[in-house]
Structures are given as structure tokens and as C-alpha cells.
Design a protein around this ligand. Structure first.
Ligand SMILES: NC(=O)C1=CN([C@@H]2O[C@H](COP(=O)(O)OP(=O)(O)OC[C@H]3O[C@@H](n4cnc5c(N)ncnc54)[C@H](OP(=O)(O)O)[C@@H]3O)[C@@H](O)[C@H]2O)C=CC1
Ligand SMILES: O=C1CO[C@H](CO)[C@@H](O)[C@@H]1O
Length: 314
């Protein structure tokens, strides 16, 4: 099984299913990437912030040098972390990511969040609060992102966790349009309004936390993931599919790219086998009815930041 692809606003093609890598520990991520390649994945979602790009790079080098897959058949995403939003920092940070990933270019580079933190401050300033914020404007950051394309280090650039106002402000300013907005999306937060808004502007939505981060939801008090809903399991049984496959198929039917994370071989295989069934209108309506606009990644500890994105409806 391999993934379908979607065409971005610059003509580049992006596989509709990718493997998430947040919290895929350095010791296990190599095997997860190898298992994913075997299962048909060609799209990998990475980030400097995840602290595992070196090991992902080792796996990619191994796979490419074995001849199993060519570099040009892969779609690799990474993201610029919040401490490095100054224009001069952006290319330098991408070059650091490229050295970890052992690649000459990535396919997609995203601004991870619209808000910035001080350059020499903590990466995750939950105790320092506003003292650790920087008011570097994401429009300045975007100039650095455009430099990454001009220098050939990124084929496409995009944003993550941007709201509709931030997107329109960026669109008025940019020379290169963002190709993608990566945001949380799952049946609890189906992002229909933001998806429509982005589609009208030729921006593809990538759904992160598509499974509602099910592995840690109960213990961390996240909204109960829809993959645990018995009704979703019942829908899946009809097609001989698991709840995760139903949810991923639903998000893809809404026009999104999905990047489920797993380090478990059977689930890695399961999460890409989502293209051979179609939910009927009643089943789609049930999944629509699960929407509560509730987030796993609200990051509300940063809600007093000038560029915090979730104080708007979408
Ligand atoms: N741009 C941003 O700000 C953000 C981006 N992301 C990206 O999105 C990716 C996905 O989101 P993430 O937060 O990881 O959460 P997900 O919704 O992908 O959930 C991951 C959890 O689900 C489990 N899981 C995976 N497949 C199945 C399955 N078929 N059945 C049951 N459980 C399953 C995994 O367990 P196991 O691994 O043990 O199999 C893991 O515990 C991230 O890894 C990251 O790449 C995420 C958050 C924010
Ligand atoms: O990519 C990410 C993974 O999840 C984190 C929160 O748990 C986010 O802050 C971050 O954007």
C-alpha cells in the first residue's frame, strides 16, 4: 500500500499520509522509519524541536544508500522552532536541521508556531512566561523562510498553528505563498472552517494529532479521542477497518493530509491502509457530530503572547 498524493500550490506533490515523529525516541525512531518505508510511507514529519532528527537522518541515509528508495521519492518536512524567528536565524537553523537529517534539501519547511521566544532563552518557557517571549513578527520570519527556497534548501515553505487572520496578514505580505498550514485536526476538532478558508487560498491543511494523541490522552487529561468511541469501532467493523483507519479516512475525505505518529510496526502499517473504503453519508455525519472544538495542543500557557493563535474561532 502506498499513499495518494496531493498537489501543492507550487505544483509539488505531497503524500496524503505521512509518519509523525514527535516523541518517537531516538532509540526507536530508526526502526519506525524503516518499517514505514516498507509499509509504503514516503512522507515523514519532523521538527528541530523533537530532538530526534539525527537518528531520523541516520535511517534516511541507510535507506537511500541501500538503493531501496531514491531521495526524490521522499517527502521530508521539518519546522523552525520558536526561539529562532529572526530573519537572519532562519537559514542557519534549516542548515542545522539538514545536517542532522543528512540531506541537501527538505521538501517542506514550516514555521512551527506564529509566536516567538527569546533566542537565548528556554525552548519551552512554561515557568518564565512573558519574560521569555520575543515579539519578532512572523512576517520577518517569513522573509527568512523565502530565503530557504531561494537558496534551494527547501522546495516548499509553509506555516503551522496559524489562524485565519495571521494567514491573511501573511498572504498580503509574502512573495512566496505558504503551501501548507499544519494544524491539529481530528473528529473532536474537525477544522472545517479553517480548511475551507485555506482551500480558498490554495493552502493545504495537514492534520496533526489526527488520532487525538490516544496513547497519552487519559493520563494527560486530553479530550477523549474519537478512536476510543465504540460507535467508531462499529463503523470500522463494517469495512473490516480499525477505529484509527476510520478516523484517518474521515480526515482525508475532508481534504487533509494526515501524519499519525507510531513506533509500532503493526500500527504503522494500519495507518497507511486507509484508501480502500469510503464512509457513507450517515457515517460521515456521525463523525461530523463528534466535533467539540477541543484541543490537545492548546498551549494556553502562552495565550498572553501577542501572536498566540487560538483566541479566534479559527
Ligand atoms: N505542528 C505542530 O505543532 C505539531 C505537530 N505534530 C506532528 O503530528 C504528529 C502526530 O501527532 P501526535 O501528537 O504524535 O499524535 P497522534 O494523534 O498521531 O497519536 C500518536 C499516538 O497514537 C498511538 N497510535 C498510533 N497509531 C495508532 C493506532 N492505529 N491505534 C491506536 N493507537 C495508535 C501512538 O502509539 P505508538 O507510537 O506507541 O504506536 C501514539 O501514542 C506528531 O508526531 C508530529 O509529527 C504534533 C503536534 C503538534
Ligand atoms: O510539534 C509539537 C508537538 O507537540 C507539542 C505539544 O505537546 C507542541 O508544542 C509542538 O508544536
Amino acid at each position: 500500500m502506498s499513499s495518494k498524493v496531493i498537489t501543492l500550490n507550487n505544483g509539488h506533490k505531497m503524500p496524503v499520509v505521512g509518519l509523525g515523529t514527535y516523541k518517537s525516541s531516538p532509540g526507536v525512531v530508526r526502526q519506525a522509519i524503516i518499517d514505514a518505508i516498507e509499509a509504503g510511507y514516503r512522507h515523514f514529519d519532523c521538527a528541530w524541536f523533537y530532538g530526534n532528527e539525527t537518528e531520523i537522518g541516520d535511517a534516511l541515509r541507510e535507506i537511500i544508500s541501500s538503493g531501496k528508495v531514491k531521495r526524490e521519492d521522499l517527502f521530508i518536512t521539518s519546522k523552525l522552532w520558536n526561539n529562532f524567528h529572526r530573519k537572519e536565524k532562519v537559514v542557519l537553523m534549516l542548515k542545522e536541521t539538514l545536517s542532522y537529517l543528512k540531506l541537501d534539501y527538505i521538501d517542506l519547511f514550516l514555521v512551527h508556531w506564529p509566536f516567538a521566544f527569546k533566542e537565548n532563552g528556554p525552548l519551552w518557557p512554561i515557568t518564565e512566561g512573558a519574560d521569555a517571549y520575543s515579539d519578532t513578527d512572523y512576517l520577518e520570519t517569513w522573509e527568512g523562510m523565502e530565503e530557504c527556497v531561494k537558496k534551494g534548501y527547501a522546495k516548499s515553505i509553509g506555516i503551522s498553528n496559524f489562524n485565519s487572520e495571521q494567514i491573511d496578514r501573511l498572504l498580503k505580505y509574502c512573495k512566496i505563498k505558504p503551501a501548507v498550514n499544519q494544524v491539529e485536526a481530528n473528529p473532536n476538532l474537525n477544522q472545517k472552517k479553517l480548511t475551507k478558508f485555506c482551500k480558498e487560498r490554495e493552502i493545504v491543511i495537514t492534520a496533526y494529532c489526527p488520532l487525538g494523541r490516544v496513547g497519552e490522552a487519559a493520563e494527560r487529561g486530553f479530550p477523549t479521542p474519537t478512536v476510543l468511541d465504540p460507535k467508531v469501532a462499529e463503523i470500522g467493523e463494517k469495512y473490516n477497518k480499525t477505529p484509527a483507519q476510520v478516523v484517518l479516512n474521515y480526515l482525508i475525505s475532508l481534504g487533509m493530509v494526515v501524519i499519525p505518529k507510531s513506533v509500532t510496526k503493526s500500527r504503522i502499517i494500519e495507518n497507511i491502509n486507509v484508501f480502500d473504503f469510503q464512509l457513507n453519508p450517515e457515517e460521515l455525519a456521525y463523525l461530523d457530530s463528534c466535533n467539540k472544538d477541543s484541543r490537545v495542543c492548546s498551549l494556553d500557557m502562552f495565550q498572553d503572547h501577542k501572536y498566540y493563535p487560538f483566541n479566534l474561532e479559527f
